[in-house]
Ligand binder design. Structure first.
Ligand SMILES: *[C@@H]1O[C@H](CO)[C@@H](O)[C@H](O)[C@H]1NC(C)=O
Ligand SMILES: *[C@@H]1O[C@H](CO)[C@@H](O)[C@H](O)[C@H]1NC(C)=O
Ligand SMILES: *[C@@H]1O[C@H](CO)[C@@H](O)[C@H](O)[C@H]1NC(C)=O
Ligand SMILES: *[C@@H]1O[C@H](CO)[C@@H](O)[C@H](O)[C@H]1NC(C)=O
Ligand SMILES: *[C@@H]1O[C@H](CO)[C@@H](O)[C@H](O)[C@H]1NC(C)=O
Ligand SMILES: *[C@@H]1O[C@H](CO)[C@@H](O)[C@H](O)[C@H]1NC(C)=O
Ligand SMILES: *[C@@H]1O[C@H](CO)[C@@H](O)[C@H](O)[C@H]1NC(C)=O
Ligand SMILES: *[C@@H]1O[C@H](CO)[C@@H](O)[C@H](O)[C@H]1NC(C)=O
Length: 377
């Protein structure tokens, strides 16, 4: 009698356990579903490939100059920063640049608007750094840079928010509406031209649609709330092509900011975002934080699984670990061999009981080490 009930139940449980995936969508489009099991692409892990395969970071790599307080500074938050994009030099392949949001005059994150500037830092010791301050690309107020190479334009494009402004002589913050602008340069060092405003909004993340098969000048641009725009070229009209269907309101469980948009080697689309569930659930920035969203089409059906892709914990190569109070501005660095392998993850972090902020870079998977070895670091 019992077995009549138990056997089907057991079978159901077993099939459920074994049948981890039915399609690549069940593998977060970060791998392939092979015989009901997800085979994750390098850089991703977990049964549904929805988690970044973060490897330990090395202390004092990335960009961490919070202790640099010059006598002329108004504040004591040193050379605080809030994340950066790793860029390999186009001709000098062992030189890496980090395009940073950098807070001037020691004023730190709490005075980000207007003290944020865009700076370039350099590393000769590999993509993880440590990066050393090299140059200010744009003065205050400039923030939120998304820097991409555009093959169609043979130039770098930089999307930011901000306006040119006079700075006060004390650390204080302003409340302004944000809008997004774009500028270009033939080389990452410049000369960078004047910004052209393109829309109101914040958190730009650009991705040129150019491929060798389809050499278009079209640009995709994700902004706050994972709204997606497309333009025929970087100076063109940006058409809104996707508004997400979930609740993007502040304090909803699907509230995010800081999207980082990219297209993978299979042509699928992904976003990493700072998922504000931490604030919604606990009223503080701790500890789930990172979301991964994916879709087969840019303007199609995006999936947002309510699970963490990364959290506020960073493990270090010395065996230590730090649970950060805040971890935002996720950005990735990919291999350039056509595989689009995730190699490094960078983010802006703030420790508990500290008002300074810095930029942590973590290797992703074993491929990061292989990449460094190939460049003889
Ligand atoms: C960053 O720098 C601060 C100040 O020197 C230090 O306390 C902190 O441990 C550093 N963090 C990392 C990850 O290097
Ligand atoms: C700190 O930032 C200033 C610019 O705001 C720069 O001139 C200086 O070189 C930086 N120092 C370090 C150690 O990064
Ligand atoms: C852009 O933002 C600045 C600062 O919030 C504001 O002063 C300016 O009017 C905005 N420009 C446009 C075109 O909306
Ligand atoms: C952008 O924001 C400014 C200031 O809030 C407003 O005057 C302007 O109409 C907005 N522009 C668009 C295109 O929404
Ligand atoms: C969206 O979330 C907000 C904040 O939690 C809530 O107030 C609002 O009712 C939600 N809207 C819908 C349509 O569920
Ligand atoms: C983050 O996740 C790791 C496992 O991936 C876990 O060890 C750690 O405790 C988590 N951090 C927090 C703050 O919950
Ligand atoms: C969107 O994708 C989800 C998960 O992959 C799926 O369950 C859902 O049916 C899809 N919706 C549409 C309208 O295609
Ligand atoms: C922060 O400081 C408070 C007291 O000032 C202390 O109780 C708490 O443990 C500190 N938190 C961390 C993570 O160091």
């Amino acid at each position: 009698m019992f077995s009549f009930i138990l056997v089907p139940v057991l079978l159901l449980v077993l099939t459920h356990l074994i049948q981890a995936c039915a399609s690549d969508d069940d593998c977060s489009l970060n791998g392939l579903c092979v015989q009901n099991t997800c085979i994750c692409d390098p850089g991703w892990t977990s049964s549904d490939c929805g988690k970044l395969d973060l490897y330990p970071a090395t202390r004092y790599t990335g960009y961490n100059w919070t202790h640099v307080n010059l006598p002329s500074y108004y504040g004591t938050k040193g050379n605080s920063s809030w994340g950066g994009q790793i860029i390999q030099d186009r001709t000098d392949r062992t030189l890496f640049h980090l395009i940073l949001e950098h807070f001037s005059w020691g004023c730190g994150l709490s005075a980000w608007r207007p003290f944020s500037v865009i700076a370039r830092a350099e590393s000769r010791t590999g993509p993880a750094g440590p990066y050393h301050y090299a140059q200010e690309l744009y003065g205050a107020f400039r923030h939120n840079p998304s820097t991409v190479w555009s093959e169609a334009d043979n130039a770098y494009l930089m999307y930011t928010i901000g306006i040119e402004t006079e700075l006060p002589t004390t650390c204080r913050s302003f409340k302004w509406a944000n809008n997004i602008s774009v500028a270009t340069a033939p080389d990452i060092r410049g000369p960078w031209n004047k910004f052209t405003p393109i829309m109101n909004g914040t958190n730009p993340s650009a991705w040129p649609l150019w491929t060798s098969e389809s050499p278009t000048s079209d640009i995709a641009l994700a902004v706050e709330d994972n709204v997606i725009f497309q333009a025929p070229d970087f100076e063109g009209i940006y058409d809104k092509i996707k508004i997400q269907t979930w609740n993007t309101s502040d304090n909803s469980p699907t509230w995010t900011e800081d999207p980082f948009l990219w297209r993978d080697k299979r042509g699928n689309w992904h976003i990493l975002a700072h998922w504000m569930i931490d604030i919604a659930e606990r009223g503080e920035k701790y500890p789930r934080v990172g979301a991964h969203l994916y879709s087969r089409d840019l303007s199609g059906n995006w999936t947002f699984k309510l699970q963490e892709a990364y959290n506020t914990t960073v493990v270090f190569t010395d065996g230590g670990r730090t649970d950060y109070m805040r971890r935002e501005r996720p950005k990735l660095f990919f291999s350039d061999d056509g595989e689009m392998t995730l190699l490094y993850f960078s983010s802006g972090v703030q420790e508990f009981n500290s008002s300074a902020t810095y930029t942590v870079i973590q290797p992703l998977g074993q491929r990061a080490k292989e990449y460094e070895e190939a460049l003889r670091f």
